[in-house]
Design a protein around this ligand. Structure first.
Ligand SMILES: [Zn+2]
Length: 134
């Protein structure tokens, strides 16, 4: 509660007061300028916050996109078995700290090879069988 007063409301009131001081010859004008300055600060802050959220979301999406290209989902070997999405580097040792058990976990990479398979075209095989039967 105390933090929000120092960070947000106190500067808002101070800036609005400074703006209203320019119109101190007329109290009605000063009070109205105080509220106009307060309103403009709130609008400006909300626009600024929306722009920051837009760029934060954009960079977070780019980060997750890049991480999905070079990241892998692993399960911590501890008893809790928490899943982590960690970045993988092929030219370095990979490790991470489990967020659940707070232990460092090394990652061992294994590469396997498999023969590429071609799906069987069943329609063509059936038509060939029918031709052979005739
Ligand atoms: Zn763990």
């Amino acid at each position: 509660m105390n933090n929000i007063w120092v960070k947000s409301i106190l500067p808002l009131v101070l800036i609005s007061s400074c703006v209203s001081l320019f119109f101190c010859d007329n109290i009605v004008k000063a009070i109205s300028m105080f509220f106009v300055a307060t309103f403009l600060q709130i609008i400006t802050y909300n626009i600024y916050r929306q722009i920051l959220q837009y760029f934060a979301l954009k960079y977070e999406n780019e980060r997750l996109s890049e991480l999905s290209k070079q990241g892998v989902e692993v399960v911590c070997p501890c008893a809790r078995g928490m899943k982590h999405l960690i970045p993988i580097q092929l030219d370095a040792d990979n490790s991470y700290t489990c967020l659940d058990c707070n232990k460092n976990v090394n990652v061992k990479l294994e590469v396997n090879t498999y023969l590429e398979t071609v799906p069987i075209d069943t329609d063509q095989k059936i038509s060939e069988l029918i031709k052979k039967l005739k």
